[in-house]
Design a protein around this ligand. Structure first.
Ligand code: GRF
Length: 224
């Protein structure tokens, strides 16, 4: 008797970057496992000089540059060009990974529930830029990172997963950033896995994870 095993439909993911792309690299590494429920279909940068582009190409991922400067102040024109590239590649999920552009409500609403972002702080604390400097200045004892759904308000969508790390007396913004970044590389692939598996539901602004144990599921770094 022969058994036909149908290939699992892996969600098609576009990662949007503007720079270094280390979170992008963590997502690519996780999705290199054929059992991962999502595949990285393309990496899009709004900056032609984003360092992450070379890493994506070396990993065999299609890349695409849509230079926002070519559109002047017309934010929607940039987004229409981006939307066309995503549609052409049949993208299911968008992951923002250090993507330094704000979206209009039009673009956000189109991707509602299918676009996620990683932020280097424990939201709702320290929205915006320079989070590590501000965390040190505030004297917080715990800092960290958050993966959340994207909504029109910056850094404000339903929280999917967070990683908390202790702040040390001797920390500088650079040392704190390095430990937070390592945590980011663990939680972003985990959040994408849950989303691609269809396990996330937002109820009254709170994100529930179907089948999640009461204690946190073990998160492993792709590099560990
Ligand atoms: C990360 O700290 C991420 O949380 C924030 O921007 C940074 C991007 O770093 N949104 P990288 O490009 O992923 O290395």
């Amino acid at each position: 008797m022969s058994v036909v095993i149908k290939p699992m439909h892996r969600k098609r993911v576009a990662i949007l970057i503007s720079g270094r792309g280390s979170n992008m690299a963590a997502l690519i590494a996780a999705a290199a496992d054929p059992a991962f429920p999502a595949e990285i279909a393309c990496v899009v940068s709004n900056r032609p000089d984003a360092a992450g582009l070379a890493h994506a190409q070396a990993a065999g991922i299609e890349t695409c540059v849509i230079d926002h400067k070519a559109f002047g102040r017309d934010r929607e024109a940039f987004e229409r060009a981006l939307a066309a590239e995503l549609a052409a590649r049949d993208i299911d999920i968008v992951c923002l990974a250090g993507f330094m552009r704000l979206f209009t409500p039009w673009f956000v609403s189109h991707w509602e529930g299918r676009m996620i972002n990683i932020h280097p702080a424990l939201l709702p604390a320290f929205k915006g830029l320079d989070t590590h400097e501000r965390a040190l200045a505030a004297g917080v004892k715990l800092h960290g990172a958050t993966v959340h759904f994207v909504v029109p308000e910056m850094d404000s969508g339903p929280i999917i997963v967070q990683a908390a790390i202790p702040v040390h007396d001797e920390d500088t913004p650079a040392t704190l950033a390095a430990r937070v970044l390592a945590a980011e590389h663990c939680i972003y692939p985990q959040a994408l896995r849950w989303l691609a598996e269809g396990r996330l539901a937002v109820v009254d602004g709170r994100c529930k994870i179907a089948g999640a144990k009461r204690s946190a599921e073990k998160l492993t770094s792709p590099s560990s």
